[in-house]
Design a protein around this ligand. Structure first.
Ligand SMILES: CC(C)(COP(=O)(O)OP(=O)(O)OC[C@H]1O[C@@H](n2cnc3c(N)ncnc32)[C@H](O)[C@@H]1OP(=O)(O)O)[C@@H](O)C(=O)NCCC(=O)NCCS
Length: 206
């Protein structure tokens, strides 16, 4: 089991001011570098995610913590979401990876992490969210469709990285699927949204 760092354990220069949000017994908060190792472990346990180097998770915690969150359960890391603002479109949050530990899936935690990110960033001018998904990742597609439905915004799907762009040598027994781009928005800067939380199933992104 991964040990969880104290939420007050910040390296110099890290963002200690972002709001922390309790979600049941799971605390959603801004990551610190001490979370990087547990994020790597959770990514490694998450089929469907490309595993980045441990260094990548450390850099995300250190330089991109304003656009990342971790979900801390009493027993360890229950989830994380990593993202950054597009360098040429500062009103767009790109969600790089999101993972929820298998014991916490289908409890709304993925949604709560995305919602928390948007709650913090939309008032700062973020109007769009982008993410990529592989066509076979039903959970990920359902997650972003659910966000779009409840926020009353469009979710558009388009080609992004075709399968042949990924090196075949990376995983010869299981070639990489294509990555589709999902674009959600525009979000209402006032914070008011038109979504319909009563609707049973989110319409798919198109
Ligand atoms: C994708 C993932 C983060 C979803 O997290 P989660 O906490 O289980 O999702 P939530 O409980 O918040 O569910 C959000 C919505 O997606 C739906 N959903 C979640 N998992 C689903 C699944 N396996 N099949 C169908 N729908 C699913 C939920 O029903 C909910 O929809 P609703 O609002 O209409 O009820 C999680 O499955 C995961 O970690 N997968 C492995 C890593 C991965 O593939 N990440 C995405 C690529 S970066």
């Amino acid at each position: 089991m991964n040990s969880s760092p104290s939420p007050t354990h910040h390296a110099p220069g890290e963002n200690a001011l972002a709001p922390a949000e309790p979600a049941g017994s799971v605390l959603i908060r801004t990551p610190v570098t001490a979370d990087g190792s547990a994020m790597w472990h959770l990514a490694r346990r998450s089929p469907g995610l490309d595993l980045n180097s441990p260094y990548t998770y450390l850099i995300l915690c250190r330089h991109f913590s304003r656009t990342c969150l971790v979900a801390q359960a009493p027993e360890g890391l229950a989830g994380f979401v990593t993202g950054y603002l597009l360098p040429d479109r500062s009103d767009t949050l790109f969600v790089w990876q999101i993972a929820v530990a298998s014991t916490h899936r289908r409890t709304g935690l993925g949604r709560r992490m995305i919602d928390s990110l948007l709650t913090g960033l939309v008032p700062l001018g973020i109007r769009h969210l982008q993410a990529t998904v592989t066509p076979g990742n039903r959970a990920s597609l359902a997650l972003f469709s659910s966000v779009a439905r409840d926020l009353g915004v469009e979710c558009r799907e388009s080609p992004f990285f075709p399968a042949e762009m990924f090196p075949a040598e990376d995983n010869p027994s299981s070639p990489h699927e294509p990555e589709l781009l999902l674009q959600l928005g525009p979000f209402d800067r006032s914070g008011k949204q038109d979504g319909d939380r009563q609707q049973k199933e989110a319409p798919p992104c198109r």
